[in-house]
Ligand binder design. Structure first.
Ligand code: AMP
Length: 174
């Protein structure tokens, strides 16, 4: 098993001063590491009788779509507002400055279905909380939210208390 943490590049002050940006593109350059991530999640969820894998715009698409392919499951993108052409439902969430909105195609999922949602990184948990609200409106069960990276000082896990969370690498930075 590879140690994944050293494969994730830290970029200080990106995209603005004070942010320690965790760059997963350096992990994607190491095929064995990418395979370890996807194969690990595939094994974790293979007994769960899932109906779909969701990935969050944009780095969640890389991992989510690959996992969906590996598991032979439908992939559903959750996108930033204005990108999906069909009828959507939206949820707004707070950012440090202002708000952002995520949306999903209203006909992509049905009530009673069970899904796992994938993103690259858990920070404050605001994005995943908004995705959870979308799924609640659709009557879809969020079996688990899985992230490659967690930043525990930002307390996303506490904010998402009612959702099972799974993460692979922790960095004690905010
Ligand atoms: P949050 O909603 O605060 O949990 O933020 C999570 C989203 O923002 C994810 O989609 C991440 O890709 C991105 N993100 C937040 N903080 C960072 C960071 N320090 N490094 C890389 N991506 C981040």
């Amino acid at each position: 098993m590879l140690d994944l943490a050293p494969l994730i590049r830290n970029v200080p002050d990106f995209p603005k001063p004070g942010i320690q940006f965790k760059d997963i593109t350096t992990l994607l350059l190491v095929p064995e590491a990418f395979q370890q991530v996807i194969d690990g999640w595939k094994e974790r969820y293979s007994s769960q009788k899932l109906d779909a894998i969701l990935g969050i715009d944009a780095r969640g698409f890389i991992f989510g779509a690959t996992l969906a392919y590996a598991m032979g499951l439908p992939f559903v993108p959750v996108r930033k507002v204005g990108k999906l052409p069909g009828t959507t439902i939206k949820e707004e969430y707070e950012l440090e400055y202002g708000t952002a909105t995520v949306e999903i195609h209203a006909d992509a999922l049905r009530a009673g279905q069970r899904v796992v949602v994938i993103d690259d990184l858990l920070a404050t948990g605001g994005t995943m909380a908004a995705v959870h609200r979308l799924l609640q409106r659709l009557g879809v069960e969020l079996v688990e939210a899985a992230f490659l990276v967690e930043l525990p000082p930002l307390k996303g896990r506490e904010r998402l208390r009612e959702i099972p969370i799974h993460t692979l690498v922790e960095f004690m930075v905010d």
